[in-house]
Design a protein around this ligand. Structure first.
Ligand code: SF4
Length: 71
């Protein structure tokens, strides 16, 4: 049985909003997917803190900066 590694996940979470889903990636993804968004970890820190998690914003950032920041 696979167990969720919440504390390990938190080390890779750049979200500055501190909601209860931090580190619980399945809930985070599901929440933002329902809203037509992506989780904060898809955005560089300066964009993430603005709170615009739309797919359109993600594509705009990706086009401007390339995928290097996702690594
Ligand atoms: S990206 Fe959204 S759901 Fe995930 S931890 Fe941040 S505020 Fe919470």
């Amino acid at each position: 049985m696979r167990t969720c590694t919440v504390e390990k996940n938190k080390q890779n979470c750049n979200c500055s909003f501190g909601c209860g889903k931090c580190g619980v990636c399945c809930e985070c993804l599901s929440y933002h997917r329902r809203r037509g968004e992506l989780p904060g970890c898809y955005f560089p820190a300066d964009i993430e803190s603005g709170g615009n998690r739309s797919v359109a914003n993600f594509l705009s950032v990706l086009q401007q900066r390339g995928p290097g920041y996702l690594k």
